[in-house]
Design a protein around this ligand. Structure first.
Ligand code: CA
Length: 231
């Protein structure tokens, strides 16, 4: 999948050439030429933006102002472009939550390398987060396909594993039987929703949830199920 970069730069010549170079490298580029437009584009596209290239000196709202607004709601990587090689700016940018900065004029190759590093760092974190789920003494490892409770390895069928993984993915949320059917059995499943109750019972037995002081898989009466530690 292509990565998307929000490019915030008011110097048209530089903005155009950067957009072209980034396009060559197979990034999707969203452009903004002032600070307020940058915040607006970010709000509209925050689900798809993987990185922001943010100029420091901008009309309407400067780069630091943009950065502060974005950091209120997102940890998306931000690389600041600064025209001045002034240490105070760098410190302010990094304090404001920038991940990196590059001083103009710069070599495009250096900028591209820094972009790759910043995006890879996030992808690594995301992969790592998604590999191992843990709640109390129950763990599920997606890569090795193993489940442990109290250091004891638990054998699950594929369906039971998928069910537990789905509950972990929605930890602390309440899933209805229909939600679980869609997520684990798929939207085309034509059987009855009580299959969910059957599988929850199987899963609870296997992970020894019935013999604990506190069950991790909770029945939310009249609604569905939730994996959580909350009482
Ligand atoms: Ca500028």
């Amino acid at each position: 999948m292509k990565n998307t970069i929000l490019l915030v730069e008011d110097e048209k010549g530089l903005a155009d050439s950067l957009a072209t170079e980034l396009g060559f490298e197979d990034y999707n580029v969203i452009s903004a030429s002032d600070g307020l437009a940058a915040v607006e584009e970010f709000q509209k596209n925050k689900e798809t933006i993987d990185l922001i290239l943010l100029d420091w000196m901008l009309p309407k709202l400067d780069g630091l102002g943009v950065l502060r607004r974005i950091r209120k709601e997102s940890q998306v990587p931000v690389i600041m472009l600064t025209a001045r090689n002034y240490i105070g700016d760098k410190v302010a940018g990094l304090d404001g939550g920038a991940d990196d900065y590059i001083t103009k004029p710069f070599e495009i190759e250096e900028l591209l390398a820094r972009i790759r590093v910043a995006i890879r760092r996030v992808e690594k974190q995301e992969n790592h987060q998604a590999e191992l789920y843990q709640l109390d003494d129950l763990t599920l490892n997606i890569k090795t396909h193993q489940v442990f409770r109290d250091d004891e390895k638990i054998q699950l069928t594929q369906r039971e594993f998928d069910l537990l993984k789905t509950l972990f993915e929605h930890e602390n949320e309440v899933l209805t039987r229909d939600d679980i059917l869609d997520l684990v059995w798929g939207k085309d499943f034509l059987g009855q929703t009580n299959i969910v109750d059957v599988y929850i019972r199987l899963l609870r037995n296997k992970i020894n949830d019935n013999h604990k002081d506190e069950q991790l898989i909770k029945t939310i009466r009249g609604v569905g199920y939730s994996l959580s530690k909350e009482k």
